[in-house]
Design a protein around this ligand. Structure first.
Ligand code: ADP
Ligand code: MG
Length: 240
């Protein structure tokens, strides 16, 4: 579903991604961990072309991401993304935050889009907040709205970039619960997170990045119990 083949990326002179090889199967949940500045967000953002790669190959569901003739909207329809900061429109009600893209991009009628929005709001457990404004919601609720908004586009892939890092600790669990349920349903997911418990429990594979490289990848059990690389061990000793 996602295929990085020897991908390099530079920001000017800075070599931020170094020969990245990553293959994500349909229905797989890949958790990406690593120190701040290691290139996790950049790698994620290359997938929906929020960043462009310098060299190498990157395909998503058979679409060559960086080919000139690739329609960026076709690509992005397949991919939902959830950020650390929820990026909801503050002046729009929750329901209108969710229906906006399905109406504009997918061409749904308002009624259809609202029906879909309510379905996903119910799924993330906050159907009762449909008529509220984002500022009337807790951080955890806002992030669940952001997830519902992503799902309402019926993407094939969901990308999460530290979705719980901006939340008060007591709200982390409710967001991880939604993500766990999504994983169980077979969504293809790439998740950047510092929540090692989530990685251990939900990931099919854990990727450790450091200084722009994938240093190690393994199934969670092996990754946490017997990491092979010294850099991985050092990182884990700091975060666990
Ligand atoms: P992570 O998500 O692992 O913290 P990032 O992908 O955000 O890492 O950043 C990797 C490195 O690239 C950092 O050193 C960061 O400062 C740098 N970087 C990120 N975005 C840009 C940019 N737009 N221009 C220049 N450097 C950037
Ligand atoms: Mg980041």
């Amino acid at each position: 579903m996602i295929d990085f083949h020897q991908v390099d990326k530079h920001y000017g002179q800075f070599h931020v991604l170094k020969s990245i090889d990553l293959h994500v199967q349909e229905g797989e949940v890949v958790v990406v961990v690593g120190p701040s500045g290691s290139g996790k967000s950049t790698m994620l953002r290359c997938i929906n072309r929020l960043e462009t790669i310098t060299s190498g190959g990157l395909t998503v569901d058979g679409i060559t991401v960086n080919e000139r003739k690739t329609d960026i909207n076709t690509l992005r329809k397949e991919i939902g993304m959830v950020f650390q900061h929820f990026n909801l429109y503050p002046h729009k009600k929750v329901i209108d935050n969710i229906t906006l893209a399905p109406i504009k991009v997918l061409g749904l009628s308002k009624a259809e889009a609202e029906k879909t929005a309510m379905y996903y709001l119910d799924k993330v457990g906050i159907a009762d907040k449909a008529q509220s404004y984002p500022s009337q919601l807790s951080g955890g609720q806002q992030q669940r709205v952001a997830i519902a908004r992503g799902l309402a586009m019926k993407p094939k892939i969901m990308l999460f970039d530290e979705p719980t890092s901006a939340l008060d600790p007591e709200m982390v669990g409710e967001v991880l619960d939604v993500m766990r349920a999504l994983a169980k349903e077979g969504m293809t997911m790439v998740v950047v997170t510092h929540e090692m418990g989530f990685a251990r429990e939900v990931a099919d594979r854990v990727i450790f990045m450091d200084q722009g490289q994938i240093v190690e990848e393994a199934e969670p059990e092996q990754f946490f119990a017997s990491p092979k690389e010294e850099r991985t061990r050092t990182f884990l000793s700091r975060v666990l």
